[in-house]
Design a binder for this molecule. Structure first.
Ligand code: ATP
Ligand code: MG
Length: 773
């Protein structure tokens, strides 16, 4: 153990060595906060604290897994596996399952994802005959979510005239009723949404002192990473649980608070000293992550913010290269620059793909990057956007599975009751919904008793409903006796899902089948993983829990080597040797939607600070002078954030000034002079609404979200020795060609190939995907 502690500097050791009492570590990016938290947990265990008594809350489940792995290396895995570690949502979902009955929920409650929530709200708005252009389901959901995260229950809402007035002022006087209906419908369906997981935990701890006491006693040591981004609801949970022993250690950086738009409250970090008695405050000042140029550039940015805690961040690392700034004419060209830079770095320095990250402000920006990476045959993975589990075909299977576990789950039922088509029409479903609301029962229960209720259904429809009930019940029997894989495979066959997709012979249909196969493989993997865990049998309910709470980063098993593409928000806490921050343009970053107040602009600046501080060795800032946004070519100017960096840390790869007003030909020829202010308000022209951070991708983009597959070519990849001058080869993209020359050796071995279309190209054999014909 001592060996691990001695790897920390003195400032880092202090909070590790203080065993008890409240403490806060406030420190800049890359100063070892997460590392301190990890070693602190190992050291607590080393001093005899039972792993069962330690609770650690992290930003992603992946972060928790990595932490657990490091701790296992130090103290041994048999002990480490008993730690309670994970995101707020996954840890408290687990707690709620074992206490659900106290709140009137079944322990197998469903967790609704945001798609389910928005659909349900949409249907409530329709049932209430409200105008969905005024009551936009997504907006209403956002409003309800922020109420829940501020612990404003339906009752509290109706007791608060100010809130009601606020909603009335924004032309939504019936928001409270929607909120009430939504809560009732979720409850009736035995479902909690993401925000409920926190809200209900608070309710549980408030209403049941014995439950509170039990968990206070269990979690004697609590640790929270990324504390600056906790919301009010999370704050109260931590407060309540740590109240008895006050062994609470939080770490965070006010300069990295980037979730205010989702209710994160920076005051949680600023007020920590007031909340507990005798708080020890620790500061870490040395950055170990980044080269000096990056650290100092980041300092110079955050300096521009008025609201901040004064902090020093310095590094003993080498200066490193300057931050490279690149201007291009279009977003397409920006993508090509990034891809060719990655390609060259890989060639020159033998870098792995996984050492590069491309970070952007909005998910929509990934498209140009993906196109360029694909053209260069560089494997990549996109995080965020449409998650695998939200793809239509995957969600269809999951909804059948959810229904088996919790037949009351109405969102699941509505989704699959007539898919694949089995003659149960919308009118029937509407009748069932009305009856279910009337009898305060779930739709499934109504269907079970369809004989006794007069819904004016013909006998054919009735028997089809009964068949559906019988099918789900037969699946439940299988669930009792088999593991999740067996059941899931059975379900995909018996429901006709597979046959339905097989009928559709299009490439999209085939891709969907492959996705289902991938899901089944995932379930198999999951069962294997579960074998290590005490008491787990790889049951379906355990798998669904895992899926419901998986964040996008969690799926990254790290077993294949790809460039990472993600929004800056998702990149928090991560680090990469090479980081490209793309789309450094006014109205994009800072976002047009976050520039009207100082506090919004300061949050954007913190976001930029987060982006830059992900880089270990080299950072790039790129911008385009025009880009397609919302289906239109728009003009753009470089982000003010570039100018805010002290010039001595920058290297302009393209002339910095003089050309900002230059308009590319295409702009002048086709679109004329574009008025930016109008564009910002312009309605989308291609039916795709402008996307905000965190919004889902439209399903039409499914194909391009599938990561490039490394075995896409049909034959076996060419091994170096096999390829000879004169060979006729087939390249995945360039097609047929003849090898003219081979030069170099080992990793640098290249072939000059004359392609039938496209002419002569020199390819690095390590990367080229060639088949010999
Ligand atoms: P962020 O604010 O971005 O979350 P952080 O403060 O949590 O950053 P860590 O991720 O813990 O920082 O550490 C940054 C990097 O520095 C990691 O690669 C870590 O292993 C390394 N590091 C931290 N402390 C030391 C140390 N004392 N000696 C060597 N390397 C260190
Ligand atoms: Mg960290």
């Amino acid at each position: 153990m001592q060996q691990y502690i001695s790897q920390l500097n003195e400032a880092q050791q202090a909070p590790v060595l203080q065993k008890d009492g409240p403490m806060i570590i406030i420190a800049g990016a890359g100063s070892g906060k997460t590392r301190v938290l990890t070693i602190r947990i190992a050291y607590l265990m080393h001093q005899g604290v039972d792993a069962f008594n330690i609770l650690a809350l992290t930003f992603t489940n992946k972060a928790a897994r990595e932490m657990k792995k490091r701790i296992s290396d130090i103290v041994g895995s048999s002990e480490a596996k008993n730690l309670w570690m994970g995101t707020f949502h996954s840890v408290f979902a687990r707690m709620l399952r074992s206490e659900a009955d106290k709140l009137g929920y079944p322990s197998n409650f469903t967790i609704y994802d945001s798609q389910d929530s928005v659909r349900l709200i949409g249907s409530i708005i329709k049932e209430m005959q409200l105008d969905k252009d005024v009551y936009k389901p997504k907006q209403v959901f956002g409003r309800i979510s922020s109420y829940k995260n501020s612990l404003i229950t339906v009752k509290a809402y109706f007791n608060n005239p100010d809130l009601q007035e606020q909603d009335a002022m924004s032309k939504k006087p019936r928001l409270g009723e929607i909120y009430q209906n939504y809560v009732e419908r979720c409850f009736k369906a035995g479902a909690m949404d993401f925000d409920d997981l926190l809200l209900k935990t608070n309710e549980l701890l408030n209403r049941f002192p014995d439950v509170l006491a039990k968990y206070q006693d269990r979690f004697r040591y609590i640790l929270v990473d990324e504390y600056q981004d906790t919301n009010h609801s999370q704050y109260l949970i931590v407060r309540a649980l740590s109240d008895k022993f006050q062994n609470i250690c939080v770490v965070g950086d006010d300069a990295q608070s980037i979730y205010a738009f989702r209710g994160a409250n920076i005051n949680n970090i600023l007020n920590f000293q007031k909340d507990y008695e005798g708080v020890q405050t620790y500061r870490l000042e040395q950055n170990y992550r980044s080269s000096k140029n990056i650290v100092e550039a980041a300092n110079s940015i955050i300096d521009k913010n008025k609201t901040k805690l004064d902090k020093i961040v310095w590094t003993a690392n080498a200066d490193g290269p300057k931050i490279k700034v690149h201007r291009s004419l279009t977003d397409g060209e920006e993508g090509r620059f990034v891809a060719s830079e990655i390609f060259e770095k890989k060639m020159q320095l033998q870098m792995m793909n996984g050492q590069f990250a491309i970070l952007y402000r909005t998910n929509a920006q990934s498209r140009a990057m993906e196109d360029a990476l694909r053209k260069r045959d560089i494997p990549y993975r996109i995080y965020g956007g449409l998650s695998f589990y939200q793809r239509k075909e995957i969600k269809d299977v999951l909804c059948y599975l959810r229904l088996i576990i919790n037949p009351k789950d109405e969102e699941a039922l509505i989704r699959v009751i007539n898919y694949p088509a089995r003659g149960i029409g919308d009118t029937t479903v509407e009748k069932l919904t009305i009856a279910a609301n009337h009898y305060k029962r779930s739709i499934f229960e109504v269907m079970e008793h369809i004989d006794k209720i007069d819904l004016k259904l013909n006998s054919g429809t009735k028997s089809r409903l009964q068949d559906f009930v019988t099918m789900i019940k037969s699946f439940q029997v299988i669930d009792q006796n088999h593991d999740a894989f067996y059941l899931a495979e059975h379900v995909t066959k018996k429901t006709g899902l597979i046959q339905e997709l097989k009928k559709d012979g299009t490439p999209e249909g085939i891709a969907r089948l492959e996705n289902i196969e991938e899901l089944l493989n995932g379930i198999k993997d999951f069962i294997e993983g579960q074998k290590e865990i005490d008491g787990a049998r790889g049951a379906l309910s355990e798998f669904l829990e895992d899926v419901a709470l998986a964040t996008d980063l969690d799926k990254d098993t790290g077993d294949d080597d790809r460039v990472a593409l993600m929004t800056i928000h998702l990149a928090k806490g991560l680090e990469f040797p090479y980081v490209f921050v793309v789309g450094m343009e006014e109205d994009l970053f800072p976002s047009a939607m976050s520039m009207s107040t100082r506090s919004e602009l300061e949050e954007e600046r913190r976001l930029f600070y987060v982006a830059l501080t992900r880089a270990e060795h080299q950072a790039y800032l790129t911008y385009a002078q025009s880009r397609y946004r919302w289906g239109k070519l728009t003009d753009s100017e470089p982000s003010r954030f570039i100018e805010e960096i002290d010039g001595e840390y920058l290297e302009y790869l393209t002339p910095a000034e003089g050309n900002y007003r230059y308009k590319p030909m295409i702009d002048m020829d086709i679109f004329g002079d574009v008025d930016k202010s109008k564009l910002r308000l312009a309605k989308p022209t291609n039916g795709t609404p402008p996307k905000k951070y965190g919004e889902e991708e439209p399903s039409s983009s499914i194909r391009r979200l599938k990561p490039v597959s490394s075995n896409a070519s049909s034959g076996a990849p060419v091994s170096d020795s096999k390829l000879n001058v004169g060979n006729i080869v087939m390249h995945e993209r360039f097609g047929k060609g003849q090898v003219l020359n081979i030069e170099g050796a080992g990793a640098d071995k290249k072939a000059e190939i004359k392609f039938e279309v496209g002419g002569i190209k020199k390819l690095l054999l390590r990367f080229a995907k060639l088949d010999i014909l």
